[in-house]
Ligand binder design. Sequence first.
Ligand code: FAD
Length: 339
Amino acid sequence: MNKTIKIQKNKSLKQINAFKLDVFASEFIELKTMNDFHENIEYISKKDKKMIIGDATNILFLNDFDGLIVKNSIKGIEKLPNSSPLLIKAYSGEIWNDFVHFSVNNDLGGGIENLVKIPGRVGSGIVQNIGAYGVEIKDLLVSVEAYSFENNKIITFKKEELNFEYRNSFFKKNNGKYFIISAIFQLQNKPKSFILDYGNIKNNLKNIDKLTPLIIANTISKIRENKLPDYKVIGNCGSFFKNPIINYSLFNLLKSKYKNIPSYPINENLVKIPAAWLIENSGFKGYEIGGASVYDKHSLIIINKNNATPNDIKSLSEQIITKVFKDFNVKLQTEVIFV
Ligand SMILES: Cc1cc2nc3c(=O)[nH]c(=O)nc-3n(C[C@H](O)[C@H](O)[C@H](O)COP(=O)(O)OP(=O)(O)OC[C@H]3O[C@@H](n4cnc5c(N)ncnc54)[C@H](O)[C@@H]3O)c2cc1C
């Protein structure tokens, strides 16, 4: 039974979900410390319908949630003493971008600098295997500690056990079965090499002699600020769809028709194409249904432009999937999780 924090009943999630949708949870609790966790985990565990969330920057609530929402705000970052290479433990409710800034401000890198400004928390980043500019969180991860709701105990998973894929992981496939508590990351002290081959990074670093993780993070932050809407101002969940990975026979067919279709080879059989290009070339730039709209600066993003309902966003995404399939024979998959 919870002792120090109260369960809130019939809680509005409007300020708690990044789409800013007007939905409610029948029960809600926010955990801020490991003490909160230990005192409440038995109560949480016994709930049939529950969901752990971070900042809900990757969730589309289709309806009110008839169960317990657990907002995880358990923070903390610790350098593990005498570790070589350098290991850092971060608690799952730590804000991901704060962890990136802690790292680059201490001249620690190894790829984390490329993941600056991704919204959300450390734990959810692992569920989603967040990625940007050629790096994914799995590239930095060593192990994860998670509470199993099936066994009611804490289990440590090595990275290799977590089946990471593009925006996918063991935890995403076993959604609802675990509460990620903390993770250990391996970073590089004063790194000399950087991953700069993606997007516009190199162009923006032209006149700089000595690169540091901080310089790269600041550069990528600026690029992202110009391209992506701030969800605290305009409701959105970032990329609504995954970038599709297709085989070369379909790609060559598309290339013969659309000479300028962008592509990123995955291996000799598969190639990734930007979903934004497909959506834009299906005529959806700025397209609106009810209060939902395709963001005019980046077609991969659906925004809550004007008091959108969950159904406005869902209908818009369905129309996009249908039309892109009709035009290009490519089936888009959502990156955002529908609840
Ligand atoms: C403007 C914008 C830009 C974005 N850019 C990127 C980008 O560049 N790259 C990228 O990969 N993503 C991006 N995203 C998507 C989003 O930031 C990530 O998916 C992020 O990891 C979500 O974090 P969150 O805390 O909001 O998770 P939530 O949306 O709250 O949760 C996501 C999932 O994780 C589960 N979960 C959360 N915490 C735990 C836990 N402790 N234990 C078990 N399960 C848990 C939830 O149940 C849910 O299934 C962007 C989003 C926005 C709004």
